[in-house]
Design a protein around this ligand. Sequence first.
Ligand code: EPU
Length: 344
Amino acid sequence: MTAITLTNNADLTALNTLALPARAAHLARITEAAQLPALIADPRWHDTPRFVLGGGSNLVLCSDFDGLMLQMAIGGRELAGEDGDAWYVRAGAGENWHDFVGWTLAQGWPGLENLSLIPGTVGAAPIQNIGAYGLEVAERFHSLEACDMRSGETVRFERSACRFGYRDSVFKQEGWHREGRFVISAVTFRLPKCWQALTRYADIPAELDARGIATPDARQIADAIIAIRQRKLPDPALIPNAGSFFHNPVVDAASAERLAAANPTLPRYAQPDGRVKLAAGWLIEQAGWKGKDLGPVGMFEKQALVLVNRGYACGADVLALAEAVQADVRQQFGVELRPEPVFL
Ligand code: EPU
């Protein structure tokens, strides 16, 4: 086992995509699964709070972290198995998500293309069940391996054990992610051989039309989605942000009817359970926040759901804007917006 690299009083500004300035008392860079049980066997860390950091793309650092932060950098990707129906592809938790998607496509294993250009790591993907353009990772998930930080044992989670929902999983439901209970070391995806293009989502047909593509392959869908995302969403390397800042709220059918009667252009998406998902970006835009700043932060001018750091913001600035947006949407529509990122 390679020794763990440990940094004390570590600067986290470059490790979170909102570029918020904060420090961790201790930062351990985890490059191998075997380092995790070694870490909990070390008495130095027995009473130290823990937090697991992936790509830092879904995180609001409100203050310094007086504990041990685990920076997940376990690499590796491989074809773990194959049967008549599917390829089973396994990747280390620290692999960059978008690079991993590109690699699967280059190998000739389609299925993840709709999730192109999502920031973050492979290990973080199942925690919040990342989704975009008509696909959630749950639909391609096979299993994951995690270290139970109470016992040091490796535990395997199958799909049903993950209890996936819209931007949700058992890791969030049980608070395990927040307390660093199970640390994911690798994820295996099931990519069906009977691949079907998923091109129904609003912007995709127009983008493929503009490219003159009638029957796209997976790489062409990935390229179309990358172009759509680049047009709408700010590149965190240039304009720091954490993607969608709020969940799209899901309300009961009667509330959705009421809102739609008063707001005929309100986008609504029927859910399998009879409830209705609303577009948070639309609500925020109607509440007057699209392209509007509060101090050094603002709601992005091309996608009102994305909170951006316009320069030198701190966690308190982000909280102030999030609360102002929530208050205005609550007052105008009676709808509660729930933040998507983890606040630390
Ligand atoms: N809309 C507005 N104004 C805006 C933004 C959106 O009116 O400023 C309207 C759009 O016109 C459209 C609807 O809201 O009718 C939905 O917009 P869009 O297709 O851009 O998607 P979204 O619901 O805002 C979700 C995900 C994104 C994902 C896209 C595409 C959530 C919280 N967000 O956004 O995920 O990329 O769909 O599938 O579910 C992320 O989670 O970080 C993320 C970027």
